[in-house]
Design a protein around this ligand. Structure first.
Ligand code: HEC
Length: 140
């Protein structure tokens, strides 16, 4: 049994190492994705965008209202690639006017939601180009 677990762990590690270029390996966690980055000004701007475009359905505190909560135990987007979260918001939200937000606006809103889910702002902005979000994990 212990031998099996040991081999399984090694296989997963090798798969992770093979899937990503060596230069990016140090910043990765067990998920194989990089930690999210965003700045405090992005989160502040995102808060304004959120209150204008999202709060009427998701609640001013992200607690949920006529739409699901965007924080707390039932929030299901944590630990997934930021690119998937970005694409969902860009294509599907706001539900009454989908497709009206720019990539940059969506990134600020993601920074705001990240901060409200315990992720910490730093010196590096969250990219606005969705391709740059593929290797980044939406989580602490
Ligand atoms: C007019 C109401 C409305 C507005 C405004 C709105 N949403 Fe939504 N949103 C919904 C509904 C309804 C759902 C549930 C859709 C479903 O389950 O298919 C949802 C689902 C979501 C989800 C998925 C939640 C989950 O747990 O899977 C996210 C993320 C989200 N919205 C983000 C946003 C963001 C960000 C904005 C602002 C840019 C926004 N929404 C604006 C109604 C709205």
């Amino acid at each position: 049994m212990s031998m099996f677990l040991k081999l399984g762990g090694s296989a997963a590690l090798i798969a992770t190492l093979l899937a990503f270029p060596a230069g990016a390996a140090l910043a990765q966690d067990a998920s194989g994705l990089d930690a999210i980055t965003f700045t405090a000004p992005q989160a502040i701007g995102g808060g304004a965008n959120y209150q204008r475009s999202c709060a009427s359905c998701h609640g001013a505190q992200l607690e949920g209202f006529s739409a699901p909560a965007l924080s707390g135990p039932n929030f299901s987007w944590l630990d997934r690639p930021v690119s998937e979260f970005h694409a969902y918001i860009k294509d599907m939200m706001p539900a009454d006017a989908p497709g009206t937000l720019s990539d940059a606006q969506v990134s600020t809103i993601i920074a705001f939601i990240a901060q409200n889910n315990g992720m910490e702002a730093g010196n590096t902005a969250l990219p606005t180009d969705p391709a740059e979000l593929e290797s980044m994990r939406f989580g602490q």
